[in-house]
Each structure stands twice: as C-alpha cells, then as structure tokens.
Design a protein around this ligand. Structure first.
Ligand code: WT7
Length: 678
C-alpha cells in the first residue's frame, strides 16, 4: 500500500455550513483532554433525553466500564417521542422501498412520519408485552430490510427487551446457535423478503432453527408476501409455498400489534443491555457483543451530527443491512435520534441492473450516502455509464465503511459519484465500538484517499508497538484505543472472561508508557508523517470478505464438519472485488483418497460440495472462493498451523519466509506441488 499519494483540501463552502465548525471542534478536543469525565457528562446532559438524570458520569473498573451510571432513559424516546412536540412530528422518518415481485420499477414504497413510526412502535411494543415478552428478556430478529424490522428493534428497546438481530444471510444453523446463546424467548421474522427477484425463505430457516431451541416461546411473522390478505403488503406474484404456522407458537405480526396503543416507554438504567450482536472472532464460536443504552445513544447521535453532518433537510441513506452493526447505529438509532429522514431499500445494488441505486438517489433526492468499498468496487467495474444515467446532484456527503478503501475506488467514488463536490468520510469502527471512532470531519479535515485520518473528539486512538508504546510517525503497529469510551461494548454475552481476554489482555498494562490497559482492536495500522492513521487490516485470524467479518476458524470448523474432511486451514488472500477472498486448504480422510472412484472429476465435485457445505453451516457470504486439497498442513513444533506460509502459497509468492519453526518441512514441497482444485 502506498500512503499519502494525494491530499484533498476541505471545501470552504462545506465548512461554512457544517454542524461542527473549527472552533467547536477544537473546543471539544480541549475539553476531552482537560477533564475526560466532565467532557462526556456535559455532552450526555445536552444530547440525551433523560427520564432521570445521572450524577455519576463514569465507573471504570478495568476492563469493565459503566457510563452515566445512575441515569434512566429509553432510547425509543430518544429516537421518537422527543421529536413529537415540534416540527419533526410530521416529518418523514422513514422512506422505504422494496423490491417488487417482478423486480422492475416502480418499487414498492412506504412512507412513515415520526408520528406514524411512533404509533407503530407503540402498537408492536404493546403486542410483544401481551405475548409475554418482558424487560430483561431477549428477542431475536431474522428479517428482511422492511420497516417492521426497524419497528421491532425500537419496540424491543421500548419495553426493555434486549434484541439480537441475525443477518438474513446466515444459515438456519447459525441462527440456531445465536438464539441458544442469547436464550431468546421470541423470534421475529417474515414469510419472505425479496432479493434479486427471489424470495428469501426466512420463515423456513426459523422453523428449522427453533426446532432445536426450547427457549423460544413465540415466533412473530410479518406477512411480506401478502398471503393472508390482512397484512401490509400486496400479494406476491412470484410463487411461494404457503407459510406453515405452528399453533400456539407462531403469530402474524399484524395480529400481534395492538393498534391505537400508546405503550409508555420503560424507564431503563443507563447501562441496560440494548442489544447483543454476534460477530466473528479468532475462535470458532462467534461472540455476543453486548451494548448498553445511554453511552450508545449518545455516541450514535453525536457521530450522526459530526461525521454525517445530518441536518433537518437531508435525506440520508446508509446501505447496510440492519443485521450488521452499521445498520443498528446508522440506519436506526443514530439517524432517528437526530430526527433525520432515513431512506431504506430492501433489495440488492445490482438487480435488475447496476443502475438501481443511482435511480433511487435521483428519485428520493438523497443527500448523504454511506456504503462499503466492496460495493464501490463492484460499481466501478461496471463503468461510469450507469451512474451517468441518473442525476446525482443532490448528494453532498459520501461515506465509506467496513474495510480499508483502496485509493483507486476512493477516487472513483469522489469524482464519479460525488462529482468532486462531496467530502468522503472514511469511517473506521467495529461492532465492538458501537459507533465511528476515526473519520475525517467533513469540511474540516484534509482528505487522504485510503485513510480514516484521525480519531473523533474524545476518542483516544493510537498505533503502538508490541510493548504498548506509541510508534513514531512513519511506522506501523497495532491499533489500540487507550481510554474507555461511552459506546464501547460492555461484555461478551455470558462470557466476561472472553471479553477481558480478547480485548484487554494484549496490552494489559501497566508497562512502558501504559498506565491502564488498552483496548486492542485486532487491526494493524500505519501512522504517517502528519500523524494520520491508515488502517491496514486485521492482524488476527479474522478476515474481512466484502465487508463481512469472518473468523477463519469458523470456516475451518464448517469444513471439518464434512464427513470427507480430516483437517483444514483457511486464510484470506487479496481479491480485487471483495478485498479479501477465502482460501481453504483441506486435507481429506484417507478412505476418501483411497476410494476406487477418486479421480479429478470426483475431486472437483467434492470441492463444490464443500463450498456448499460451508454456505449451509455459516451462510452464503462465508463460502470459500478457493479450495485446495493437500496431503498435510504446515505446522510449528507446538502444532500451530503456519498461516503466513499458507498465505504465501495461496498467493503464489515464491519466497516462503522463515520456515525454521516448521515441524515437517517436507509438507511445504507437497503443498507447492498440489494444484489449485477449484
Ligand atoms: C473491522 C470491523 C464498522 C462497521 C462495519 C464492520 C474493518 C471497518 C474500516 C475502515 C479500514 C475498516 C476493520 C475493523 N474496518 N471500517 N474505514 N477502514 N478498515 O464492522 O464487522 O465489526 O468489522 O472492519 O478491520 O476491525 P465489523
């Protein structure tokens, strides 16, 4: 990677009208340095709609933190009720467009004002309570991108139930694991969702998962396909089999909601767990990242004001699915808490053609657009003529998230989509951080294509060496956060030791410069000569495939789960479109290789079978791009698989580096001879 090729100076015009001006920005930087607790306490007083105000700003008992400890609030009031007395009440909160059953335009469209969204949330909150869902319970969501998904999240928050949203691309098995880990009492889903002209069979997956989950008492089903005639959607002309509703367990969403209810929001402690979101780590088992309420509410709100510069007239579109943290923080909680108009689209960017997103931007006059580098690269590959067909002049700010953006994609995004008029906020953050930690501030920070530049005011980020000392400018190191922050994860659900070990043991302090433990991000980074930070990518066994975070161990266990596989090792290799592709080395059981029908044809068929198998266990997005059969895997004397070596072999690099710790050097030769089978 070449750093610092180009600097784009901020536009004075943008700076004049930005929510955060130079003076305000430097005041914030100073107040955070001056008195960290007071800094956050003042922001929390000002930007949170408290039901009961707090007196204790923070309790830091490393590695556990609590913020605004004795305060009480409800984030659904922060996002809805507090807007209802003023001009925002009748403003559009949500513009939703769905893929119609024929895939063509016009799209299915629904508009909800703040007033209407509030009414819908109250109706469903009351319905959930009547089903027996209580404060402290867990509710799992497995839904398409439809307004009811937003309503369900806010309704859970309103009654104090902790939601866990599982991305609709996960398999029934992954869904089952998450429901069980969270011990969810209720699952909310839909009888379908449209994507690329096909119906996602979400309810079937829920049935399969819930059969193994005794904790689930109820399944609530949105009638997205219009099969009952009493729901909110027209009947699908794409054929589908009738939904099987299990008596006593399953209910239609439209029967559960209690129209006209004004269900009062629970007054919840600041630290009440708002949601659990499962994310991949370095072991096979995903972690349930737990977020609290007040600190999360504060930071998602502030970042929407500062980074996305959301103003009353904006129409804001974040393309993330609500199944990921970006959807939680920047489709739902952050923008709604600022009273923004949020655009939400159900389908895929490339269906029926690569013009769909740009037509949405023109039609809805989108002014702020936030997406992932992998999508930008896919658009770029299709050519400028697609965006050129639409009028994109309403755009004033662009955002990027999920992985490092390569300078080439940045330039294309800037000139073709932003017509060189829009700042790009390259936002670095993680599921665990709750909100954006590093990003240029629009109108203030000089932009460097490929760099998330600096931490936001109040956020203490650094690049350190293995001893925890900050690296000098011009050097690489590990990315850490040196102080607890309001929207940080509180724990790993049911496993506080794993929380402490994963995030706080690498730089445990006190040592060298370190007085306190540092939060380790798992990312490597470069600090340039101006002190700006360039996130390079993960330094642990996590890979980022098309913006999706995948643990190499998860893919390995899915492969080993197949009856033909003895052992496997998975590495990420650079990929022009996805950023990283999944490359799996597989050793087969002897009986497979010794079978009389074992030939090239069978080998190819097995490779395809393994790919499908991983899709079935984790979800399609985790399918290996390459499978390579090998007789053995290179291991160190202590039995650790040498991934660096495998990466070199996978990318075809001649130099295999230092192999002195290899237990059996001969396996290397075998590896290099074996051919790529898929
Ligand atoms: C990992 C977190 C944050 C929401 C989406 C992903 C990588 C994220 C950037 C960026 C370079 C980035 C990091 C991080 N990442 N944003 N702007 N530049 N890398 O959330 O699934 O928790 O993944 O995504 O490697 O650790 P996530």
């Amino acid at each position: 990677m070449i750093f610092n090729q180009r600097v784009v100076q901020p536009s004075a015009k943008f700076a004049q009208q930005a929510n955060l001006n130079k003076e305000h920005h430097s005041k914030l930087l100073h107040s955070a340095l001056d008195n960290y607790e007071k800094h956050w306490a003042e922001l929390a007083q000002k930007h949170i709609h408290w039901k009961k105000t707090f007196t204790i700003p923070m309790k830091w008992n490393p590695p556990f933190v609590e913020w605004f400890v004795d305060g009480e609030l409800n984030i659904s009031e922060q996002c809805l009720d507090r807007h209802l007395n003023g001009s925002v009440a009748n403003k559009t909160a949500l513009i939703w467009e769905g893929e119609p059953c024929n895939g063509l335009e016009p799209l299915e469209r629904k508009i909800l004002s703040y007033h209407e969204l509030h009414a819908e949330v109250c109706a469903f909150a009351e319905g959930l309570v009547r089903l027996g869902v209580r404060r402290g319970d867990r509710v799992a969501l497995y839904m398409p991108m439809i307004p009811e998904a937003v309503v369900a999240m806010l309704a859970c928050a309103r009654i104090g139930a902790t939601h866990t949203v599982v991305f609709g691309g996960f398999s029934a098995e992954s869904l089952c694991d998450r429901i069980l880990d969270a011990q969810a009492k209720c699952v909310i889903t839909a009888n379908g969702g449209f994507r690329r002209g096909k119906i996602l069979s979400l309810k079937q997956a829920v049935d399969k998962a819930v059969a193994e989950c005794p904790c689930v008492e109820n399944v609530v089903v949105v009638d997205r396909l219009g099969e009952t005639g009493s729901g909110n959607y027209p009947k699908s002309t794409t054929s589908f089999s009738p939904t099987q509703m299990l008596t006593g367990r399953d209910r239609w969403y439209h029967d559960v909601r209690v129209a006209g209810s004004s269900h009062a929001a629970e007054s919840l402690p600041a630290e009440h767990p708002l949601f659990i979101l499962y994310t991949s780590g370095t072991t096979g088992k995903p972690k349930g990242v737990v977020h609290g309420t007040a600190g999360y509410a504060l930071w998602t709100n502030l970042t929407c004001q500062w980074v996305f510069d959301i103003k009353p007239d904006d129409v804001y579109w974040c393309t993330a699915d609500i199944g990921w943290v970006t959807g939680h923080s920047y489709v739902v909680y952050g923008p709604l808490s600022t009273g923004a108009t949020v655009y939400m689209y159900e389908g895929a960017p490339d269906f029926p053609d690569f013009g769909r997103f740009w037509r949405c931007i023109e039609r809805e006059k989108i002014s702020i657009f936030y997406t992932a580098p992998t999508a930008i690269r896919a658009f770029m590959r299709q050519g400028e003529h697609w965006p050129a067909k639409s009028n994109l002049s309403t755009l004033r700010l662009l955002g990027s998230v999920g992985e490092p953006i390569n300078p080439e994609a940045w330039e294309w995004y800037h000139s073709v989509i932003g017509q060189s008029q829009c700042p790009i906020v390259d936002t670095w953050w993680q599921t665990e951080t709750g909100g954006v930690m590093m990003s240029p501030l629009p109108g203030l920070t000089p932009l460097k294509p490929g760099s998330a530049t600096r931490p936001l005011p109040g956020i203490a980020v650094d690049v350190v060496d293995d001893a925890g000392s900050p690296v000098a400018k011009g050097n690489r190191g590990k990315l850490v956060i040196t102080k607890p922050w309001p929207s940080q994860l509180r724990t790993v659900h049911g496993d506080p030791e794993r929380y402490a070990k994963t995030y706080w043991s690498t730089f445990a302090g006190p040592a060298g410069m370190q007085k306190e433990p540092y939060y380790f991000t798992g990312d490597g980074a470069f600090k340039d000569h101006d002190g700006d930070i360039w996130v390079i990518g993960r330094v642990d066994d996590v890979i980022n495939v098309a913006g999706h975070r995948i643990g190499t161990m998860e893919v390995e266990s899915a492969l080993v789960d197949h009856h033909c596989v003895a052992e496997s090792a998975v590495v990420g290799i650079p990929d022009a479109l996805k950023g990283t592709a999944v490359y799996a080395f597989v050793t087969l059981k002897n009986e497979v290789k010794q079978a009389p029908d074992w030939n090239d044809e069978r080998k190819h068929a097995l490779a395809r079978e393994l790919i499908t198998h991983v899709g079935g266990i984790i979800g399609s997005f985790a399918k290996p791009d390459h499978i390579r059969f090998t007789d053995s895997l290179p291991k160190t004397r202590s039995g650790k698989i040498m991934r660096r070596l495998l990466r070199d072999v996978a990318t075809g690099h001649e130099s295999l580096g230092d192999t002195t710790t290899l237990e059996d050097v001969s396996v290397l030769a075998t590896l290099r001879q074996s051919s790529d089978d898929e």
